[in-house]
Design a protein around this ligand. Structure first.
Ligand code: PXP
Length: 239
């Protein structure tokens, strides 16, 4: 059964809005785990706009499930990851101006650098997942890089505005899962998923982990984090 990786970046975004100490993503992570999240995901960005080094260091000691660190494949980030040793690193593309991660990693175009980063992370005992668009070329290159897993970028699916394009994006995701599994890669999915568009995905077998942040934290502002996480976990575990 698929697991929920709760992304707590947006808790840190609210904290950084005032530059103070609350709300604390460390507290949110613990509450999320108590409500059924089976992983905690954070993105340590180069510009430190939300998650801080301090959060990563404390979460490494407090997360009881699995800590998934999203990061760019830079020397700085790989060095930090090798020191902190999260269970998993998800390599993502990163641009300073973007509001959130835009598009998947170009593994095909950066194969040497990603292979090198993956090898360094493996030496530190860290599983490596690559955030990629659902295309055969990127998935095959992910396998070639030595990565353990892919996280299928579900942004285009989530943003599809009509039934035909949703159907098209869903077919691409289904094919990506099939190919990933065939190549022996663990398959995760994430980006833009919410309480409605998750439903067709939970019906697909072969996805082990959904990484979800914005929709859960948004709902938590209105109904509380415990309820927001429990509701998403129930959807993911639906038979
Ligand atoms: N997975 C990856 C690789 C991401 O970069 C993000 C956004 O930080 C997410 C999942 C979560 O996306 P969302 O906040 O839209 O649920």
């Amino acid at each position: 059964m698929a697991k929920l990786g709760l992304n707590v970046d947006h808790i840190a975004t609210v904290r950084q809005a005032r530059g103070g100490t609350e709300p604390d993503p460390v507290t949110a992570a613990a509450m999320g785990e108590l409500a059924g999240a089976e992983g905690i995901t954070i993105h340590l960005r180069e510009d430190r706009r939300h998650i801080q080094d301090r959060d990563l260091e404390i979460l490494r000691r407090t997360v009881q499930t699995k800590l998934n660190l999203e990061m760019a494949a830079t020397d700085e980030m790989v060095g930090i990851a090798c020191r902190i040793k999260p269970e998993q690193c998800t390599l993502v593309p990163e641009k300073r101006q973007e509001l959130t991660t835009e598009g998947g990693l170009d593994v095909v175009g950066n194969l040497a650098a990603i292979t090198k980063a993956t090898a360094r992370l493996h030496e530190a005992g860290i599983l490596v997942s690559l955030f990629v668009d659902p295309t055969a070329a990127q998935i095959r290159a992910s396998k070639e890089s030595g990565a353990d897993a892919i996280e299928i970028h579900t942004g285009s699916y989530a943003e599809a505005r009509d039934e035909q394009s949703r159907h098209h994006e869903l077919a691409a995701i289904r094919e990506a899962i099939r190919l990933g599994n065939e190549l022996g890669l663990t398959v995760h999915a994430g980006h833009g998923l919410n309480y409605v568009n998750i439903l067709p995905l939970t019906g697909l077998s072969g996805i082990e982990e959904f990484n979800i942040g914005h929709s859960i934290i948004s709902r938590a502002m209105l109904v509380g984090l415990d309820r927001a996480v429990r509701e998403m976990v129930a959807l993911i575990r639906r038979p």
